[in-house]
Design a protein around this ligand. Structure first.
Ligand code: HEC
Ligand code: HEC
Length: 282
């Protein structure tokens, strides 16, 4: 009899530890580990970040991580990157990710993880012939940043929009950035048309779409087959760009194939021929 009751007691403990483990598995560390691939470009594979601008997540308190992800999702805590990323996370995913990062060992203060090599913003080549072959479809003044930007695209990109469809592979969109001219007091100079006056060139941002370029990019920031680069004034690649950052912000624009300026192209097209010209839209 004694033996039996002990066995019952033992089974009872097993049963209660089983129910305990189901409560624990409400947040699942291994599921969180799989989801965390999406975070690695910035927060590192082991939760140790890839850049001093990004926080470490390893060994952070689970409840805090969960609260932060919920706050990013509801946009109570504002950050363009994390708002875009958290908007795609379900409750269970937030719990699993929080459990996973909380389970990791913390890092030394100076530790920096290696960047994801496939996302270093170096895939696109600078279009050396853009002045002859691209069409400028828009210009915009940025008073706060003291910049003028010209938006241009190659013929494939413009034709894609003209045909009302998506951008085909080979589409290339380029932004030319210029410093706005200032007077001696640092005040922005305006032309007769009330617009800023473009001064020194500052560089370029670019997005290009080619078959298979999105392969291997984590879903949370994958922009179809578009990839992103930043170029210096001389057309050389600006190193150290975190492409995941570009993607995270363009990501919500699924309606316009990740392009912010799709409608500018659409508005420009009926008035202008698509061709290899460098029209300046003033
Ligand atoms: C493109 C870069 C990028 C990616 C990818 C990214 N994050 Fe972040 N994350 C950031 C930045 C930047 C911040 C700091 C935001 C701020 O200043 O409020 C941040 C902050 C956080 C914080 C708050 C940390 C703290 O100490 O308050 C959490 C939690 C977090 N991220 C979780 C995630 C998770 C989980 C993923 C993947 C699903 C992810 N992040 C993917 C850039 C990224
Ligand atoms: C904070 C959000 C944000 C981030 C991050 C961002 N972009 Fe953009 N991007 C925009 C907006 C908004 C526009 C539309 C132009 C404007 O209003 O300035 C744009 C437009 C563009 C365009 C013009 C083509 C088009 O239709 O979108 C290119 C090219 C581009 N961005 C490249 C980049 C690159 C390269 C990076 C990363 C280095 C980047 N962007 C990061 C918000 C962002």
């Amino acid at each position: 009899m004694k033996k039996k009751s002990r066995l019952l007691l033992y089974l009872g403990v097993l049963a209660s530890s089983a129910s305990l483990s189901t409560t624990i598995s409400a947040s699942d560390i291994s599921a969180g580990k799989e989801l965390a691939v999406q975070c690695a470009a910035c927060h590192g594979v082991d939760g140790v970040s890839t850049d001093p601008k990004f926080p470490n997540l390893a060994a952070q308190k689970e409840a805090y991580l969960k609260l932060q992800l919920e706050a990013f999702r509801s946009e109570k805590r504002k950050d363009p990157l994390m708002n875009a990323i958290a908007s795609g996370l379900e409750d269970k995913e937030i719990e699993d990710l929080s459990a996973y990062f909380a389970s990791l060992k913390g890092a030394e203060p100076a530790a920096i993880s290696a960047k994801q090599a496939s996302l270093d913003g170096s895939l696109i080549a600078f279009p050396k012939d853009y002045e002859a072959k691209f069409t400028r479809y828009h210009r915009k003044d940025y008073d706060d940043r003291k910049q003028v930007r010209y938006f241009s695209g190659n013929a494939i990109a413009l034709e894609g929009v003209k045909n009302g469809g998506k951008f085909s592979n080979g589409s290339y969109l380029l932004v030319e950035i210029f410093a706005a001219k200032e007077d001696a007091d640092g005040k922005l100079i305006k032309g007769a048309d009330g617009k800023l006056v473009a001064g020194d060139p500052k560089g370029f941002t670019a997005m290009e779409k080619q078959a298979g370029w999105g392969d291997g990019v984590a879903d949370v920031y994958k922009n179809g087959d578009w990839r992103y680069s930043v170029f210096k004034v001389d057309g050389s690649l600006k190193p150290g760009v975190n492409e995941a950052q570009c993607m995270a912000c363009h990501k919500p624009l699924t309606q316009t194939d990740y392009s912010f300026t799709y409608n500018w192209i659409k508005d420009f097209l009926p008035t202008q021929e698509v061709g290899y010209s460098h029209k300046i839209v003033e």
